[in-house]
Design a protein. Structure first.
Length: 453
């Protein structure tokens, strides 16, 4: 018997035969962390997909955010005919999708024809780093705190208005406010309950600082399940909001107020399940944790693209905004990029660099790769910072995508950790984003220049 919300294949078969499930959502995370896939009939899924997997166009790992085919990728192109790759369902992720009537969902790994993993697929990249951890007798546990802004406007109305003059679901700062969050509880409650019914355990929801801004937090778990839950939640939240006549955005910086963060928590355990970030005295960080932190500090700038993948991502990084501008770690210090918090076995690091637009597989893979390098190279512990990191003389977070992309593509560490071909693939993703932005003429330019230049 599967745990609540998840399904075994016999349970799926029984539900399909009873007419309770008539659709299986087969989906794989793309480079942007979005779910892409197909709706499959249960009989075909059970008789064919579980035996032979399924195919989909390889362009899904070589597009821009508009899902347009883009030149410059070695994986696929017009010259290569835009062939297929293979969707391989991970049956451990099979679950009810309660926000859609009669639906189940399964996440898929992506393999290239010949049945070997696509190294640039985000889920494959995280699995590779988890396998490296396992050789050290370690496993990773994680949780993501994903913020969004909710509007009393449909997605269609928002599009038609050019995303101007949208009505936020709250008119004032509702950070921790019980009264303010009650105003939007009908939508937030639907999201919480849908996630619980899908087997993704919710801890809480709360208001945030920006107008209409909220977050829903989930139970700490193994890193792969945390990333899977993140992308399922993101998809479901948008669908539930749309069904209610609302729209929500996870973009890192929607307006000039507070941005949407995705604080990413991570800790390691040994083969016996013991927390290894905690020192022998039961109170202070272990040597291994300090090495891990040293790796995070050493490689944060060259990995910034995996934490902040879009032009808009870098507009979050502003002094006094609760988004970091300095690469440092501190004990329960929200001005640092890396905040160490928790007590006893819950001691962990919170990466404050990612925004709501992050791909969780890439962010967690990057954190593990950097931390592992700190352990393997026995890096000297980076000193703990105390005080206001916004005004301190510390290494800075890259200020623009162009800078982060340059550091990412030139990094020998990245090539060793992820593979040179994978780095080239994602460097092309950054170039595509930069080229698209540089070709655009913005409202800001028109208002500034139309008459006065």
């Amino acid at each position: 018997m599967a745990k609540q919300g998840t399904l075994t294949l016999p349970e799926l078969r029984a539900l399909a035969e009873a007419g309770e499930i008539d659709t299986v959502l087969m989906a794989a995370p793309d480079m942007q962390g979005r779910l892409q896939g197909k709706r499959v009939m249960p009989k075909f899924f059970l008789e064919s997909v579980t035996v032979d997997a399924a195919e989909g166009c390889a362009y899904l790992l070589a597009t821009d955010i508009e899902c347009a085919p883009v030149d410059g990728y070695a994986l696929t192109s017009w010259e290569k005919g835009y062939g297929d790759f293979v969707f391989v369902p991970d049956m451990a992720t099979l679950r009810i999708a309660p926000w859609q009537p009669g639906a189940a969902m399964v996440l898929c790994d992506i393999e290239l024809l010949g049945r070997h993993p696509a190294e640039m697929a985000p889920r494959s990249m995280l699995k590779k780093q988890l396998a490296r951890l396992k050789t050290h007798g370690l496993s990773a546990y994680a949780a993501t705190e994903l913020e969004f802004i909710l509007f009393r406007t449909s997605y269609e109305e928002a599009w038609s208005s050019g995303y101007r003059n949208l009505a936020p679901a709250n008119q004032y700062n509702c950070d921790y406010s019980m009264l303010g969050t009650a105003r939007v509880e009908p939508v937030i409650r639907k999201i919480r309950n849908a996630m619980e019914a899908a087997g993704i355990q919710v801890e809480n929801s709360k208001g945030e600082c920006n107008l209409g801004q909220h977050e829903i937090n989930f139970r700490y778990g193994d890193a792969l399940s945390a990333a899977d839950g993140h992308v399922i939640y993101k998809e479901a939240a948008k669908e539930i909001a749309a069904e209610s006549g609302h729209a929500l955005t996870f973009m890192a910086k929607f307006n000039e107020r507070e941005g949407n963060s995705c604080h990413t928590h991570l800790s390691l355990r040994d083969a016996a399940g013991k927390a290894v970030f905690l020192g022998e005295d039961g109170h202070h960080p272990s040597k291994l944790f300090l090495q891990f932190l040293a790796g995070l500090i050493a490689h944060a700038a060259e990995l910034a693209f995996f934490f902040a993948p879009n032009i808009n991502s870098y507009k979050r990084y502003a002094a006094g905004s609760f988004a970091p501008t300095a690469i440092a770690w501190g004990l329960d210090n929200r001005t640092c990029a890396f905040r160490v918090l928790g007590h006893g076995k819950s001691l962990r690091v919170e990466n404050r660099l990612p925004g709501g637009d992050v791909n969780p597989y890439l962010a967690l893979a990057a954190m593990i790769a950097a931390g592992l390098d700190g352990i393997e190279q026995d890096l000297a512990p980076a000193p703990m910072f105390t005080g206001n990191a916004y005004i301190a003389d510390l290494p800075r977070v890259p200020g623009m995508l162009a800078e982060a992309a340059r550091l990412f593509g030139a990094s020998e560490f990245n090539k060793a950790a992820f593979g040179a071909d994978v780095v080239t693939h994602y460097a092309q993703m950054a170039k595509v984003e930069l080229d698209a932005f540089n070709a655009a003429v913005t409202d800001w330019e028109r208002f500034r220049s139309f008459e006065r230049m």
